[in-house]
Design a binder for this molecule. Structure first.
Ligand code: NAD
Length: 516
């Protein structure tokens, strides 16, 4: 259906052309500067979440493809790591420009493949370009380190050097943004890359490889292997020529990857799941809190690692505030990702929809009160039939923190509201989870806000706001949400090795062993 002449600034005819071109297309591996099918010739289908029809295919890579990609990355590393930073910067800026040039195509492909709303994906493509532009500038000057003059006899200094090929394993929810967030710093700091994107939304990774080719990046600096986690992903984790690994994905996957990577003592950066609380106090700017809380759980189809999926509200305003959230949730427009008015699109895959519906059932069984949603959405806000897609009505429960719906990551548009008596109880409930990615606090009491920022067990705390990304600041979680930090200097620490160099300024005393 044609919704408008232009959606997200893209002419409708162009959207149609991009969609049609996907039909016969196969997303291939990109190894040593060339697009290649799998040696076995095997491919797997990727579905359009709005209908569950086959959208395209991707090559199904395994050990052999990973081995080739790792060797290509290892070989290219010898040159790329010695390429002057200002030259690497030029390549990165070119990639940023090309991402902008191809933004329409990338946005339409990703919206169709991941089921995310086109308007939002378009902004994500802009952020992907920003990732490259930011690290291009940042890296040129960031690799300095310190000198340590020791009295008058010795000079010590430390150096940062590229650490080696990086394996980057990414999830399906925001493939382009999340992969470029790792690829850009890796390349900027002199590492080479093997990317393994998620099997449920593989398409834009191969489009990114086309851009890398157009930017003339030397062969082997960026490689891509398409395929499944247990095949291509596991082979990458096990490959001896890839000493660094970043994984963005589920906590359970993180545990498996950590075990497998331990055999090779690899350096790991894990960005895992979350069950982030939003704490709303009676003295808050409640309009702002309402906007932020609703946006932070229902945008991106609820498939967002930093989603505020537990809403903790002070008892005195609980009923009125939660009723206002319910009103908003009922009015959210569920529809096709290409519809410019859509706020919530389809979940990525029928299996994921089943999993999320399983949580709705679990919530009801444990006695949670269902206020809104809880069912598949079968018609859009325009009255279109949605029954073939993985659509879910935005869902709101009133429950308790001990329930599974409050303890486990659902990764869908499902919110659980829980009352608290006072600050002490709010903090206890907020921290009573195995996760620790983000936390949101809404209060006008400045001291309380900072007190909580200090006490909340989370890698990211937002005060009176939803989550707004800032590239220089550290991003990452604590507890089972992850370990390392990405962003600015923190990325530098991951992607480079630190080395100390010592130089005596006058002949040092060396004990003369064996001198008779
Ligand atoms: P997932 O863990 O199922 O898959 C992530 C990636 O790991 C995929 O590419 C998959 O193929 C690969 N993989 C799976 N098993 C593997 C194995 N044994 N060895 C190597 N690789 C393997 O996650 P998902 O379902 O794609 O994504 C959703 C999850 O990602 C959620 O838990 C979400 O919170 C998390 N996430 C976290 C962040 C963050 O920054 N913390 C950002 C986005 C998503």
């Amino acid at each position: 259906m044609r919704y408008q002449d232009r959606v997200a600034g893209i002419p409708w005819e162009r959207i149609e052309a991009i969609r049609n071109a996907l039909k016969g297309w196969t997303a291939l591996h990109f190894i040593g500067g060339e697009f290649r099918p799998s040696e076995s010739g095997e491919v797997f289908p990727t579905l359009d979440p709005s209908t569950n029809e086959v959208l395209s295919h991707a090559a199904r890579g395994g050990e052999r493809e990973v081995d080739r990609a790792a060797k290509a990355a290892h070989e290219a590393f010898q040159r790329w790591s010695r390429t002057p930073a200002r030259e690497r910067k030029r390549y990165l800026l070119r990639i940023a420009e090309l991402l902008e040039k191809h933004a329409d195509e990338l946005a339409v492909v990703e919206a169709l493949d991941a089921g995310q709303v086109l308007r939002i994906v378009k902004a994500q493509v802009a952020r992907s370009a920003e990732n490259f532009a930011f690290y291009a500038e940042y890296a040129e000057h960031a690799m300095e380190d310190r000198t340590f003059p020791v009295d008058r006899d010795w000079l010590y200094y430390s150096l940062r050097v590229p650490a080696g090929p990086v394996g980057i394993i990414t999830p399906w929810n925001a493939p382009l943004m999340l992969s470029t967030w790792r690829i850009a710093p890796a390349l900027a700091f002199g590492d080479t890359v093997v990317l393994k994107p998620a099997e449920w939304s593989p398409l834009t990774a191969s489009k990114l490889a086309e851009i890398v080719q157009e930017a003339d990046l030397p062969p082997g600096v960026f490689n891509l292997v398409q395929g499944f986690g247990e095949e291509a992903g596991a082979a990458l984790v096990a490959h001896p020529l890839v000493p660094l690994l970043t994984l963005t994905g589920e906590t359970e996957t993180g545990k498996i990857v950590m075990q497998n990577a331990a055999r090779h003592l690899k350096r790991l950066s894990l960005e895992l799941g979350g069950k982030s609380p939003a704490l709303v106090f009676a003295d808050a700017d409640l309009e702002r809190a309402l906007d932020a809380v609703v946006f932070q759980i229902y945008s991106f189809n609820g498939e967002r690692c930093t989603a505020s999926s537990r809403l903790l509200v002070e008892e005195s305003i609980f009923e009125t505030f939660v009723e206002r959230v319910a009103e908003r949730a009922r009015a959210i427009r569920v529809g096709h990702p290409l519809d410019p008015e859509t706020e919530v699109g389809p979940l990525i895959h029928p299996e994921h929809l089943e999993r999320v519906l399983g949580y709705v059932e679990a919530g009801l069984k444990e006695g949670a009160r269902l206020l809104v949603g809880g069912k598949r959405a079968t018609t859009s806000f325009r009255g279109e039939d949605l029954s073939r897609g993985n659509y879910l009505e935005p869902t709101l429960f009133v429950g308790e923190n001990r329930m599974r719906i409050a303890q486990e990551e659902i990764f869908g548009p499902v919110l659980v509201a829980i009352p608290f008596r006072d600050e002490e109880e709010a903090l206890r409930l907020a921290n009573d989870t195995k996760y620790g990615l983000a936390a949101y606090v809404f209060t006008r009491d400045l001291e309380r806000a900072h007190r909580l920022a200090l006490e909340l067990e989370a890698g990211l705390v937002y005060l009176n706001s939803h989550n707004v990304r800032h590239l220089p600041t550290p991003f990452g979680g604590v507890k089972e949400s992850g370990d390392r930090r990405e962003g600015g200097h923190y990325a530098l620490e991951f992607y480079t090795d630190l080395k100390a160099v010592g130089l005596p300024l006058r002949p040092p005393h060396v004990p003369r062993f064996g001198k008779r």
